[in-house]
Structure formats: C-alpha cells, structure tokens
Design a protein around this ligand. Sequence first.
Ligand SMILES: Nc1ncnc2c1ncn2[C@@H]1O[C@H](COP(=O)(O)OP(=O)(O)OP(=O)(O)O)[C@@H](O)[C@H]1O
Ligand SMILES: [Mg+2]
Length: 250
Amino acid sequence: MIMLQSVTKRYSQSKPPAVDNMTLSVPQGKIFGFLGPNGAGKSTTIKMIVGLLRQDSGTISVGPYDNISDPVALKRAIGYVPDEPLFYENMTGNQYLRFIADIFEVPKTAASERIGKWAKRFTLTEALDDRISSYSRGMKQKLGVIGALIHDCKVLILDEPMVGLDPRASFTLKEVMREFCNNGGTVFFSTHVMDVAERLCDTVGIINRGKLAACGTFAELKNSTGEQQATLEQIFLELTDGEDETTVAH
Ligand SMILES: Nc1ncnc2c1ncn2[C@@H]1O[C@H](COP(=O)(O)OP(=O)(O)OP(=O)(O)O)[C@@H](O)[C@H]1O
Ligand SMILES: [Mg+2]
C-alpha cells in the first residue's frame, strides 16, 4: 500500500542526506511504526510520503498514486497528522473540522455525523464550540487526529501522534488505529515510545542518520540481532548511535 523505493532527500549539499536511499513498504491492513533518534529523518520521510516535500531521487507511492505525478489523488487517499499541527486559531474546533470536511468534499450530513462520533470518542465534544486558541496541547492534538479521520481515508500517516495526549486519549488512539487496520486501512506512524511500537505495530522500521537500520516484525528484529530476549528498546539502542560523531554500531 505504501512503497518507498531508493528515496533520498538532502536539505543541503554540504550535509549528509536527511533520508538516504530508503526502501520500505507497508502492506494494506498493517500498522507500521517508524522509530529513530531525534534528527534521524522520520519527519522528512513522512513529509515526502504526504506530498509536502519532494524527494531528490527515488519513488514514493500510496496505493496506485505516485507522490509527484498524482499529488491530489494521493492527498485524498490519506489522513495526515503532522508533528506540530497548525491551526487557524481563531476558528472553533467545530469550524475547523467543517472546513477540513469541505476541503475533502465530505457531504454535510456525513461531516456532522463523523465530527460528533470522533469528538465523543476523543472527549472533545464540550470544547468544539471554543476557539482553538483556548485549547491545550493535547486538545489540539486530538483535533488534528479527528481532522485526519474526517474524510474516511484508507491510509493514516501520523507523526508522533501520542505526544501531548493523556493516557485515555492515547489508549483511544491506539484502539482507533487498530480498528482502522481491521477495516482494511493502513497506518504509518512515527513514535519515540518503544512500548507502544512493540505492542501495537505489525512491523517496525528503525531509521538512523537517514538510513534504515532494521525493518520487520518484532520477532524478525530479534532474530536479526540474535537476541531472542531483547526488548524493542534494547534493539533500538543497539542499532542507533548515541553521540553525534560515533560510528553506527551495526
Ligand atoms: N527544513 C529543514 N531544513 C534543513 N534541514 C532540515 C529541515 N528539516 C529537517 N532537517 C534536518 O534533517 C534531518 C532529519 O530531520 P527530521 O525532522 O526528519 O528528523 P526526525 O527523525 O523527525 O527527528 P525528531 O525525532 O526530532 O522529530 C536533521 O538533521 C534535521 O536537522
Ligand atoms: Mg520528527
């Protein structure tokens, strides 16, 4: 469903690529967790998949859509929650969600029904008529997630979606991600929370300095490191470097 083939992206010619020859795929119906140290290239990869950044080389597709030749169809197919959701803060939550629904041409009755359903699920109903400028960090994160779900997409792409969420909302989001996949959807998300990745993901990819250091099911990662008792956290620490100038220990 999501395919990256030899994708490279540089921000500056004088620096190493932010994403370096990345090849990975996520099948339909699966949850993929993208892990890696700060600055490893997760958000850069995600921004290319959703069509906000253009790769220097390589190809990216979501379903039948190429991110460069079919950007509009690709954006219709996905729901995206950025690492730092930006809103028109003078709007109310309700106005914002209706605005997003209009952009995606969701019929008014379906939009109302979905806004009601998701706001209830994420306990945001009471705040929907308040201005977004009055929302807490977590409330804005919930609004971003609901905005990504409003057009009933087939692929969810979430950049650190649990940040700022309280334990109940985080639990709900994990439930929603699993249900989404059980209904035939596909989820690609980045996280720094190893427990979440270990328990929730069908496959994980660990990126280090722009390169994919490991990719597969948790069992496959344990096999490849030869440590059957290892936690995902231990595998992560082994495959990623701790200091700026050290060589990668793998
Ligand atoms: N707009 C930009 N201009 C120049 N360099 C950038 C830009 N965005 C990211 N980078 C660089 O690209 C590299 C990868 O950054 P990216 O944001 O993709 O990392 P990340 O894995 O998402 O990190 P984090 O876990 O902190 O969110 C870093 O070296 C970063 O400094
Ligand atoms: Mg990031």
